[in-house]
Design a protein around this ligand. Structure first.
Ligand SMILES: [Zn+2]
Length: 497
């Protein structure tokens, strides 16, 4: 975990690579590998972060330095990730497939930079071959935010994109209608700008680049609808969660009837924004049927009362939540939250997943293998605080195991970014806890020690600003070790068991 410092944008570039016209228009898209830290398993277009070196590529006629670097980044990334070279100036001879393959290999193996290769091959670029296609900024829920320039490019005659195994799991040409259809069936997950690009390609009409460039404006009107999975709309509300999070993700889940999960803020402006989105969804025939609360922490319950009145919808939660919040419907492990079907079934299964708190529940959409996990798994770096006695390490570890065993395809956490490759990530978290436990055990001696003495031994890598929370998790580990006879307590001091 890091401190609550301001998140800076990372500059990046994306290429919407297309071929064909009209009905036959296709885009080249890729599936990101499950091993990536950002958007694992998501579909995306080719692109990446701007390198320091990108700004040094000669691109005549582009005065703005950030734009020049982004264009250079787009050209370089397309060669690295797809083996396609775009943007050559008229008169520059097209490189052979062999030259391109060699340049790509040298780039990927870091034997040469793109600027070096361009110089040596006498590649001169005409920036207008990449048409500006919009600027998108990652909304504030994400732990890493990108400021991304999109560019539209046509695949040059005689070239064909090929993805090499590694960061990308596959690459393919797809018609926008087909891509959107698969998304509606729940087969694909991707960030909002991808959906916009596909929809705009499907709409048809002249000047595709200009229409793509206008999409960020359209996306904000009347309300920003972030729908990475069909019928799962993410709306981040500014709350006061534990650092490094700053927002709680509320989710609208379902097609015609929706469950609203964790509206966490009671700030009037934040609620107005949520209502605007709900109204916009209502205009699409989607109605809030029920409000589901994953656990009692205030950054998950803040807006519940207001939303109950606004939507005339019952509040649903675990029985252990009822001392904290008035519930209309109490649910337990295995219960179903019924939502009207649409393209497919939308019922959600409730799983009791104690550990972070006693009343924690997760919601499972079996058909698309989607898991709404509340605070069980964070959507970014760091780990969840286990604060005894409400928090319980043994319960937490078995909840993790149980959710990993479901083999979810997409995880929708209450804080941070949704992600694919879920089981892998959940198992890594459980492993991290086991390693911590080993360190806690090693910190114990035959002489009893206070928590404050054990803390620097077991949590020395954790920033001091978070030690108050780390101490609670340390206690949770000790209590679990105590149940196994590996730690013993004398007053509030601890020794080997
Ligand atoms: Zn919480």
């Amino acid at each position: 975990m890091s401190g609550p410092e301001k998140k800076k944008f990372r500059e990046s570039a994306v290429v919407v690579l297309v071929r064909g016209e009209g009905e036959a228009l296709e885009a080249f898209w890729v599936r990101r590998s499950d091993a990536l830290a950002i958007q694992p398993g998501f579909m995306s277009f080719v692109g990446g972060k701007v390198d320091a070196e990108d700004a040094t590529l000669e691109l005549p006629g582009v005065a703005d330095e950030a734009e020049r670097a982004a264009r250079a980044c787009a050209i370089r990334e397309l060669l690295e990730e797809a083996g396609v070279l775009v943007g050559l100036a008229p008169g520059v001879p097209a490189p052979s497939a062999g030259v391109l393959a060699d340049a790509r290999a040298r780039l990927l193996e870091r034997r040469a930079t793109f600027v070096e290769i361009a110089r040596e091959q006498a590649w001169h670029f005409a920036p207008e071959a990449l048409e500006f296609a919009g600027r998108w900024q990652t909304p504030p829920f994400a732990p890493v935010r990108f400021d991304t320039l999109y560019f539209l490019a046509r695949v040059p005659e005689g070239q064909a994109p090929i993805v090499l195994p590694g960061e990308l799991a596959l690459g393919e040409w797809v018609r926008p209608a087909e891509a959107i259809e698969r998304w509606r069936r729940g087969e694909h997950t991707f960030v909002a700008p991808i959906l916009w690009a596909l929809r705009i390609m499907l709409e048809g009409g002249p000047d595709l680049a200009a229409r793509l460039a206008n999409a960020p404006r359209r996306a904000a009107t009347p309300a920003r609808q972030i729908e990475m999975q069909y019928a799962v709309v993410l709306h981040a509300m500014k709350t006061r969660p534990l650092p490094p999070a700053s927002h709680t993700n509320a989710y609208f889940v379902g097609e015609s009837e929706m469950a609203l999960v964790d509206p966490g803020s009671d700030d009037p402006e934040a609620l107005e924004e949520l209502y605007r989105l709900a109204d916009s969804l209502a205009a699409q025939g989607r109605r809030v049927k029920t409000i589901v609360v994953t656990h009692h922490h205030p950054d998950h319950t803040g807006g519940v009362r207001a939303c109950r009145e606004r939507f005339h919808a019952p509040v649903v939660g675990h029985v252990a939540l009822s001392p904290h919040l008035a519930l209309d419907i109490v649910v337990g492990d295995g219960d179903t939250i019924a939502l009207a079907p649409g393209v497919g079934e939308w019922d959600l299964t409730v799983f009791a997943t104690p550990g972070h708190t006693r009343d924690s529940i997760s919601l499972w959409h079996a058909r698309n293998r989607l898991l709404f996990c509340g605070d069980l798994v964070p959507g970014g770096p760091g780990s969840v605080v286990i604060d005894p006695p409400d928090g319980d390490m043994a319960g937490y570890l078995s909840s993790l195991e149980r959710m990993a065993a479901l083999e979810p395809r997409v995880l929708f956490p209450a804080h941070g970014s949704p992600q694919g490759a879920v089981s892998r990530r959940i198992r890594a978290l459980a492993q991290h806890r086991r390693e911590r436990e080993t360190r806690v055990l090693a910190a114990l001696g035959h002489e009893p020690r206070a928590l404050a003495e054990l803390l620097p031994l077991a949590y020395d890598g954790t920033p001091r600003s978070l030690w108050a929370w780390a101490e609670r998790s340390l206690l949770a580990h000790l209590l679990l070790l105590e149940t196994r006879g590996e730690a013993a307590r004398e007053g509030d001091r601890w020794r080997k068991g």
